[in-house]
Design a protein around this ligand. Sequence first.
Ligand code: ZN
Ligand code: ZN
Length: 120
Amino acid sequence: MMTPTRPQSITIERAAGVMIITWLDGHRSEFSLAWLRAHCPCATCREERREAVLAADPLRLTASPPPSTEVVDAEFVGNYAIRLTWGDGHIAGIYPFSALRMSCPCVQCNPDGAPPLIVD
Ligand SMILES: [Zn+2]
Ligand SMILES: [Zn+2]
């Protein structure tokens, strides 16, 4: 068993639109809030992304206002994840730390760009 990936601290800088996680091993990951919202791991958003890909209909994508990328609240879920509350009231997304660490956008972790948080 691997030691669970745990953050030492999490800072959400709303003005800059980023969430910064400092991990217990000292590594630092900086996620853009827009990216986190685009990769919301909840069942509803995953389903919507699947349908958008299947429909490939640009009108459908612009018909509703874009989802909020503003975080109004954040809380720990047990010791394995963080739940983000977005400005439009969406609260279903629970972001596991292990997935966040694997999707760290720094060049050291992912030289070819961050992989999707959750494979849809
Ligand atoms: Zn969602
Ligand atoms: Zn990294």
